[in-house]
Design a protein around this ligand. Structure first.
Ligand code: GDP
Ligand code: MG
Length: 646
């Protein structure tokens, strides 16, 4: 991560020239929200330039995408806060502080967006002038409206010849009503200054939120909401916060209310976007608090950091004498946090070497600091040993987590089981049991019902691709519920569909049938009874539980055949013949064989020493036999992902 490098290069903790303490009226906190690729990070680039936050020679495209992984893939994964200073063009105006949080647009990272929104008073809603409103445009807009944020709509990419700003303006008006809609080019900077001025004019200055009302609140209370965090080897856990009351300084004693943990502040500062330390962090500001805590599990996103001055401390204690040491009485100060995200995909991760288990635990705990949507708990499986069952917000989220574990924590050889949704079994005795993997489903005489998660799916597509989209969904057990035309060109279709049908390759397929124009969002509905069968895969006669899955019973047979023939293409050949079998309820329904790899072990011996050659061949045979007996076929982890695609 470039971010980390900057920290270690010594910029971290650098003291800036003393900054003037800002009048809260001069602060604006806002996020940029949009569907993926509509230009959020590019717009942030222009704002960084206009406000001279980043020096021209250091500027590069999508500057706020700090992770190498983000730059390689061209997508934002993490929200990124940055503080800018801007003096409006009108005379006699002094500088404003603008705290911007850039957000990801992909549905798998929507938890990053929802957390950003709790730290700001307004949003720029960006819409690509060539693509128009897409599914995440609406999903994020509804979230911002729910939080009662000021919404500043802008149509982007007007420099492109195929952009249709007027048409899109009409679509936006249908949803937002009257009001100014700026037309900008984030790439060329057109009207970006006007947008900054609109933010200053329309977004309110920071306000207090939740807890005791401002009027009744004694002045000795300081409170901040943790919206993100990261780990630093020297300063421990860094909490990224929005200060709602009072101020925080180095040396202050602080309390994490939900975690019931005390700490002392090592340092406070703001984002430029690298960390710049400053004397204090005041009401309305967005910045970081270095806690010195080395245990990453002590700090949780969504928690409130509280600091009381001596008088206030004495007062609360006097009031709550009989509550003694418990943090119970601090709960009155809790700021409204976030609801925990609901993981949709589960997979277990195992280190190849058992000894790496502790490394994996440490890595997951640290990763969770900067990926609050990740959840995990210990798991152990006979063949794979000890590992963690992880919950993800989607398969892209899972892919990114595995990649980050590899890159940032040197865990290159992890084994991940097939991603699966979570099922519920209703047992014969009436009890219910949660099932995270098909391998845990018992024989059918032990349960009466399997329930699977259903979601409300929302697809936005240009009308000309409607046919293809409808066909795609009809293949996947979807039930159509609603169709709504946003304009003659754009239609929104709603479905109820089993989550398992859309978590893996549905998104890619949807892009495929619509030349990239259709988009989706979804929301959990409930668990519903499904007619599902457990499909097992045997490799070289051995059940590979990591490949087991639940499939609709009427598709089980074809699915079994499809899987073994695909496995045949995907698995590398071994020195011995490997059989691949699919089984439903213990009955083999399909079989393929991978022929043995012939390796001439005598190749380097030339001439006529036939006895020597025979000896070597004998040795090879014995080796093969041993391998065959141990039955260990190496299954590369990429195979698990490939197998899921249809
Ligand atoms: P994000 O996913 O919303 O952060 O989008 P990015 O800022 O990463 O931009 C996605 C793509 O659109 C990039 O290739 C940008 O160069 C391009 N882009 C962004 N804004 C504009 C614009 O105003 N005009 C043009 N022509 N391209 C733009
Ligand atoms: Mg971006």
């Amino acid at each position: 991560m470039r971010f980390r490098q900057i920290i270690f290069a010594g910029c971290f903790g650098r003291r800036n020239p003393p900054t003037l303490i800002m009048d809260t009226n001069k602060i604006r906190n806002f996020s940029i929200i949009a569907h993926i690729d509509h230009g959020k990070s590019t717009l942030a680039d222009r704002m960084l330039e206009i406000t001279k936050t980043v020096e021209a020679r250091q500027m590069q495209n999508q500057y706020l995408d700090m992770m190498d992984l983000e730059r390689e893939r061209g997508i934002t994964i993490k929200m990124q806060p940055v503080r800018m200073e801007y003096t409006p063009n009108s005379p006699r105006e002094s500088a404003y502080i603008l705290n911007l949080i850039d957000t990801p647009g992909h549905v798998d990272f929507s938890y990053e967006v929802s957390r950003s929104l709790a730290a700001v008073e307004g949003v720029v809603l960006l819409v690509d002038g060539t693509k128009g409103i897409q599914a995440q445009t609406l999903a994020h807009l509804y979230q911002a409206q729910k939080q009662k944020l000021v919404i500043i709509p802008a149509i982007n990419k007007i420099d492109l010849p195929n952009s249709r700003p007027e048409e899109i303006e009409l679509e936006l008006r249908k949803i937002l009503g009257e009001g100014e809609i700026l037309k900008i080019s984030a790439k060329e900077g057109t009207n970006v200054v006007q947008l900054l001025e609109a933010i200053i004019e329309k977004v309110p200055s920071p306000q207090a939120k939740g807890g005791p009302s401002l009027k009744d609140r004694p002045s000795g209370i300081s409170r901040a909401l943790i919206f993100d965090s990261t780990y630093d080897d020297y300063k421990g856990v860094l909490a990224f916060v929005r200060v709602f009351d009072g101020s925080f300084k180095t040396g202050n004693k602080i309390k994490f209310i939900a975690q019931k943990k005390d700490a002392e502040i090592m340092e406070v500062g703001y984002f430029k976007p690298q960390l710049i330390s400053q004397k204090d962090l005041n009401q309305g500001e967005i910045g970081y608090i270095a806690t010195g805590l080395k245990d990453p599990t002590l700090v949780r996103v969504g928690d409130t950091i509280l600091s009381l001055n001596d008088a206030e401390h004495t007062r609360t204690h006097a009031e709550n004498k009989n509550l003694s040491a418990s943090s119970q009485h601090y709960s009155a100060y809790v700021l409204p946090g976030y609801s925990e995200p609901r993981p949709v995909v589960f997979a277990s991760i195992f280190p190849k070497e058992g000894a790496d288990f502790n490394v994996l635990r440490e890595a997951l705990n640290k990763l969770k600091l900067s990926d609050a949507a990740l959840s995990f708990e210990p798991d152990s499986q006979e063949v794979l040993g000890r590992g963690y069952r992880c919950g993800f917000l989607g398969s892209l989220h899972m892919e990114i987590v595995l990649e980050r574990l590899k890159r940032e924590y040197n865990l290159a050889s992890l084994i991940a089981t097939t991603p699966s949704v979570v099922y519920e079994l209703i047992l014969k005795n009436g009890e219910s049991e949660t099932i995270f993997s098909a391998a845990d489903v018992p024989t059918s005489d032990r349960y009466t019902e399997i329930r699977e998660p259903w979601v409300a799916l929302n697809i936005l597509t240009p009308t000309r691709y409607l046919g293809g989209v409808l066909e795609l969904v009809s293949w996947r057990r979807g039930v159509h519920t609603d169709t709504e035309y946003l304009s003659t060109e754009r239609v929104q279709i709603k479905y109820e569909i089993p989550l398992a049908e859309i978590i893996v390759d549905f998104h890619d397929k949807l892009k495929g049938v619509s030349s990239g124009f259709a988009s989706l969002s979804y929301e959990f509905l409930e668990l519903r009874k499904g007619d599902l069968a457990r499909l097992d895969i045997l490799v070289a006669g051995e059940l590979v539980t990591a490949l087991s899955r639940l499939v609709p019973r009427d598709q089980a047979f074809e699915e079994g055949q499809r899987l073994v023939s695909k496995l045949k293409d995907l698995l590398p050949r071994e020195l011995f013949k490997v059989s691949l079998q699919a089984a439903i309820g213990g009955k083999i329904v399909a079989r393929e064989d991978i022929s043995a790899l012939k390796k001439d072990v005598t190749g380097y011996l030339y001439g006529g020493d036939i006895t020597r050659k025979m000896k070597l061949r004998e040795k090879q045979k014995r080796g093969k036999k041993r391998m065959k007996a141990s039955g260990r076929v190496n299954i590369p982890s990429s195979v698990f992902f490939e197998l899921l695609k249809r």
